[in-house]
Design a protein around this ligand. Sequence first.
Ligand SMILES: [Mg+2]
Length: 250
Amino acid sequence: MWALDLDGVLWTGKMPIVGSAEAVQLLRHVGHEVIFATNNAFATEQAQIDKLASFGIEATGAVVSSAMAGASIVAPDERVLVLGGPGASEAVEARGASIVADYRNGDSVPDSVVVALDFDLSYERLRGAVQAVLDGARFIATNDDRTYPTENGLYPGAGAIVGAVQAATEVAPIVCGKPHQPMADLVTQRFGTEGVMVGDRPETDGLFAQALGYKFELVLSGVTTQADLPVEPAPASVHADLLALVSERV
Ligand SMILES: [Mg+2]
């Protein structure tokens, strides 16, 4: 089983990394299952599949996101307030839980608050999430990435919004995405306990490989460069990019 990080492994921003689609095809051709592990909780599952398809990669049923990881610890009978985008809401609904539109003091308290990257963040939405957590709702974060890279520099990530809720409530969230255990459990339950995790960030993908019990393979097509080596956790091997790694393995 090969689990691949997306940004920095298959593409950087909107630009494909040369050979990455070919590498996925090679892995599948020799019989390896390939899945895609992303902390992107904003996009719906179909939007992620469509983006991969636009890079020439078939991914139906093979995307595992931090939104799914966050929803995996929600029970089907829960009422959930989502401070996040369509991907987070979709994942919560896919669990069978019901979504609470807003919360005010005096309303019946939701069981959980799921916080994710939210491009429609507003003071009112933040207030609802904070009040629900203060009144006893469980505080779940899809992921805690403080920023994410864009062609216009770093933008605030889910972790920045999670941090706002944490600052107001003084409650620590249960964080679910890479490199945390709920997403690792989701991957191993669905795809097995033996595999390879390929990523460009040791502090995320390397630690995630440890949580999975998978081998960590580092590629230098993303944020880590030759000058950063050696890194912790130590990868099984280091390659320029996914195609270089896969060409050696298949
Ligand atoms: Mg990456």
